[in-house]
Design a protein around this ligand. Sequence first.
Ligand code: ZN
Length: 157
Amino acid sequence: MEATQRATPADAPATVVEFARSYNERIVRQRHHQPLFRSAVIHAYERKCAVCRLPFTELLDAAHIKSDAEGGPAKVANGLALCKIHHGAFDANIIGISPDYVVQVRHSVLETFDGPTLQHAIKEMHGERLRQIPQSRSEKPDRDLLAERFETFRQAS
Ligand SMILES: [Zn+2]
């Protein structure tokens, strides 16, 4: 409430007020479901990164396969527990995950040589199956959502 009032002063132009209102609504909506989504996804992956099994909760995110903004459902099957590196790489289409749960690394990245993080954390994951996925069938990554997302990765490659 207070944030809304601060962000929308009475004398602000209508467009600014409208922008601030939709921004605030978006933030509030995210705040309502994101902690639940995050904890459900991290739990389903037993607190490990799906790609590399890094076991530090502090370094794990609940990534969306299909984003909230694109209408992706807020359910575990639309999520992946990913460490910060693999979440960033997934969002930037540096890595993709095929509908049969195999990690693919963008070709231009495979041809780049620069240091141990690139080598071990990124390039060596190419062609590997996801190392950590949920036990429960209903929580495994949704293959249709992955297929849609993987197409975006392929077009970006
Ligand atoms: Zn990872």
